[in-house]
Each structure stands twice: as C-alpha cells, then as structure tokens.
Design a protein around this ligand. Structure first.
Ligand code: CTP
Length: 449
C-alpha cells in the first residue's frame, strides 16, 4: 500500500460538499477564470461566480454560468426570482470566497470597504474565509499603495493572500504580477476552509441552479395533474368558487413535461396559460373532476392533486337564474373527497400510482400530518397561504413536503416552478423505488416457484 492510500480521503476531493464563490475582477488574467472553476470543481467544490463589471469584458458571464451551472452574480442590485439578494445568498452560503484575479483597483476598493460591485459586497457581507490572488503589472504590484492595501487585507481582515508569480506579464515585460498557478490557489482555498463545518449543506440555501430540466427522469411515466379551483353552480350564471389561479398545478405539469412525462392536466377554473403539450381535460365542478381523475387513474403512474377543490356545493343548483329580490338561502352539502377516493382505488391497482396531495392552510401546518394519513397519500405538500410570498396567485411558495415514510422537508421560499421540481425529484425517485421493489418481488416469485 502506498503512503497516499493510507491517508483515507483522496487529496483531489478535499473540497467535497463545499460552496466556493469565485470573484473575478478586471485583469487580463480573468481569462483564466474558467480554468480555476475547473480546478475547484475537480477538488469537489460547487462553484458560483461573481464578476465585477470590468471582469465581464474579459470573460463572458455565459461561459462561467455554463461551467458552474449557477447564474453569475454580476449585478449588485439584481434580485433572485424569489426576491432574495443574490450576492447576500452567496455571502451567507459560501464556505470560502476566492478573489482571483484581484486587480490593484479591487484591492484598493476592498481595503476601504467600498462595496461597488458584487465581489467587494460579498466579501464585506460574508463570515466565510476570503482568499485573494492578485494579478497585475509588476510595477503596480510593487507600488506602496498596492502593498499597503494587500497588508490591510491580510493583517486587518485576515484574508489569505496567494502571492503572484514572477514571469512574463501581459505588458511584455518580466516581473512579479502573474496570477498564481491554479494548484497553488486551490491549495490556499483548502487551507483557508480547514475543518470548518459546511455552512449551507441544503442546496435550497445556496445560490439557485441555472434552470436545468432534470433530464428525462419521468420519461415513459404518465402523470395526472389537477389545477385551478372548482366552481359549484348556484344557478346558470353564479357559482361558489375560490381564489386558486392554477399556477402551482400548471408549474407541476410544465416541470413534468420537461422531464419527459406524458401529462394529463385536469383543470377547473384557471387564470394562467396551460401547456399545450399536456392532454387537457376541463372539469369545472368537483363532480366532473372526480369523474375525470378516477377515469385517468388506472393508466397513471402518479396523481398530483394541486386543484383547490370545493368542500361544499349547493345541494340543488337552480335551473333558471335566481332573482335578487327573492333573497337567497343556500343549502350546502359536502363534496366527494376525490383524493381520498383515488387513494382507495390506487390500493387496488398494481402497480399503484403514487398520490400527491396539497394542503393550503392558514396560520399553522398542524393539520397537515392528519391529512397525509387521513387521505392515504404518499406525499403531501403543505403551505401557509396566509404567509407573504406564498399562496394563491403568487409566483413563489414556501412549502413543507411530508411523506408517508415520516419525512418532513421544510423548503425555503422558492418559485412555484422550483417547488414543482423539488416535488417531482421525490416523485421520480419514489417511482423508481416502486419499480425496483416490484422487480425484486418478481425475481423472488420466480425463484421460489
Ligand atoms: N381534495 C379533494 N377533494 C375534495 C377536497 C380536497 O381531492 N373534496 C384534495 C385537494 O386537491 C388537496 C387535498 O385534498 O390535494 C387537501 O385539500 P384540503 O382542502 O386542504 O383538505 P380538505 O380535505 O378539504 O380539508 P379541510 O377543508 O378541512 O382543510
């Protein structure tokens, strides 16, 4: 056995699980940023790039986004889709911030706390260690102003400085100013992090991923999604309805289509555009939705019941428009619980479809576990619709996903599309598990008969 093997963890993966923010500023050496991203990734890091305005003239943000799979933070004032400030999310989640290359201008701005770009602002806001690799002309690096700024960063701020190397510079002259080699820089990042705990292990607390469809993990699956609110007629022109827009259900349908599923979208009243690639079934009343769901269920792999189904309907709907002068007393009766009935049917099917319910609560999610078991579903997505940024009509949602197996995942405020993808991550996994269990069962059956 070699001495390397007994050390346990291979040295190449010393940044496993770490988020490293790479701040790039406007030196010619910025062209080496993609190489640095690769070197950090090879060591196991999840990398997000921050670019100063000048850096975007040397290296295309798109190149760094493609490599890191995170949108690049190059606009100090830009907000993430869920309203969070991008560079603050990076500051709070990063295990280290690496500024490479750091220009003379950037060193001066940082030494004085001038947060004029995302790189300085993130360094000011973070509690993570900061590693700085300067690169510039030799004369500039030797200037007392630059030397003083470097000293300030190192001695007062505790930043690790990866000194530039001696060699040919962009100006054609020789001198100390070349960006340090990638391996030296990665080494400094590893040393700066040391054995600190990972700051944000949950991907939801990290900067968002660039939109990447979870490639084809629902290919060959048939998913039924219900969306919108039901309308229970009082007379031919009036109905009892609710505030649902259908946005959440449509987001689930779109995400499932992007992941390769065949989608049947059963819709009540909606105010959002429906994806044309889905098979659409209109079902405005609870009774019609029940029929549509139960009819589609036997051929489905999953039912996602995102519709806001009415709990009560008028016992009798008038056949002619009711006059205002007569006054009106409505007698209501409870509707059928479509999801609970689907769960009973699903238990008789082999393989049984996976059932997902939604629970829109106000104030607390205490009733959610009872709904999960009461309705007999596999997953329940619960949210507090009274909370800011959640609920009817909003672009975002903060949900908790409960599973039959007892898991409880509290997700942060996310776009409805991201909530849909997080949910479908679980659906895709559960369907794979279901099929694997069936296969094992079949093999046991064959070997014992
Ligand atoms: N649901 C359903 N049929 C109904 C009512 C609700 O299939 N008649 C479904 C919803 O689409 C949702 C889940 O059941 O996926 C939970 O809905 P919710 O309104 O929160 O639960 P209810 O059973 O109606 O309980 P309550 O009104 O007491 O909150």
């Amino acid at each position: 056995m070699t001495s390397g093997a007994v050390r346990g963890r291979p040295p190449a993966r010393r940044l496993d699980g770490r988020l490293v923010a790479l701040g790039v500023t406007g030196s010619i050496a910025a062209y080496k940023a993609p190489e640095l991203v690769r070197a950090l990734q090879t060591a196991g890091a999840d990398v997000v790039a921050l670019l100063s305005p000048a850096a975007t003239r040397f290296v295309a943000p798109l190149a760094l986004e493609a490599l890191t799979r995170h949108p690049v933070e190059d606009d100090l004032l830009a907000l993430l889709p869920d309203g969070r400030m991008g560079h603050i999310v990076v500051a709070d989640a990063a295990d280290a911030i690496l500024v490479a290359p750091a220009t003379a201008h950037w060193l001066g701005a940082m030494a004085n706390g001038l947060a004029g770009d995302t790189v300085t602002a993130t360094c000011l806001a973070t509690a993570a260690p900061v590693v700085v690799a300067p690169a510039m002309d030799g004369g500039m690096y030797a200037h007392p102003a630059t030397r003083a700024n470097v000293r300030r960063l190192r001695d007062d701020f505790g930043y690790a400085i990866v000194e530039p190397e001696d060699g040919p510079l962009a100006s054609g002259s020789l001198g100390v100013g070349r960006l340090a080699r990638a391996d030296r820089i990665v080494e400094a990042v590893v040393a700066a992090i040391g054995d600190r705990p990972i700051r944000a292990a949950d991907p939801a607390a990290r900067p968002p991923r660039s939109h990447e469809p979870r490639e084809g993990d629902l290919t060959g699956r048939h998913v039924i999604v219900t969306a919108g609110g039901t309308a229970e007629p009082i007379d031919p022109v009036r109905f009892i309805g609710n505030r649902s827009t259908g946005r959440m259900g449509v987001a689930v349908a779109e995400a499932a289509l992007d992941r390769g599923a065949r989608v049947t979208l059963i819709v009540g009243l909606t105010t959002v555009a429906l994806p044309p690639q889905a098979e659409q079934v209109r079902a405005e009343t609870t009774a019609a939705m029940r029929v549509a769901v139960l009819e589609a269920l036997p051929a489905a792999d999953a039912l996602v019941m995102a519709a806001a189904v009415a709990d009560f309907r008028p016992r009798r709907a008038a056949t002619a428009k009711l006059g205002r002068r007569d006054g009106l007393t409505l007698e209501l009766e409870p509707t059928e619980d479509i999801l609970a009935e689907a769960a009973v049917r699903a238990r008789r099917l082999d393989p049984g479809p996976l059932l997902v319910g939604f629970a829109a609560e106000t104030g607390s999610l205490d009733r959610a576990p009872g709904k999960l078991t009461g309705k007999g579903v596999d997953l329940l997505v619960a949210n507090d619709v009274a909370e800011d940024g959640s609920g009817f009509g909003s672009e975002t949602n903060r949900v908790t996903i409960l599973s039959k197996a007892g898991q409880r995942d509290e997700l942060p405020l996310l776009t409805k599309r991201e909530v849909a993808d997080r949910l479908l991550d679980r659906v895709a996994r559960a369907l794979d598990d279901r099929d694997a269990a069936a296969q094992t069962q079949a093999m046991i059956g064959t070997t014992t008969t």
